[in-house]
Write a protein that binds this ligand. Sequence first.
Ligand code: THU
Length: 133
Amino acid sequence: MEQSEIISLLQENMSKAYAPYSQFHVGSVIISTEGETYSGCNVENAAYPLGVCAEAGAISSMVQNGSKGIAEIYVMGSGEALVTPCGGCRQKIREFSTPETKIHVCGPEGLRQSFTIEDLLPFSFGPNNLKHD
Ligand code: THU
């Protein structure tokens, strides 16, 4: 998928967000290690803390469809500040990432900045911590 197509898909995903409480629409796209594309948008509810972020929705879709690797994840939100994934989503992305995984932060106009998981979640706790013989 071309970068311009991914930006269009992110805009579409963002427009589908259910965010009546924050009015802050976020869209996400994952390109899995198999090259498949998965989408997400934020979905809020009246019990405010229980809302689901766009990235979490895309991760659920990826796993439900049989993939366990994120090659690239895109997130798009509006405003001047970078819409980097929240702390909880950084941990969720970490689970399915490698040091090569790219995390692309976009505004409605396009790509703004790209990160690795080490940039966003240094010294992270992960699956290796739970391995034992
Ligand atoms: N949100 C996301 O979906 N992803 C992010 O990376 C940042 C925040 C959502 C959560 C909530 O529905 C709204 O944006 C405002 O925080």
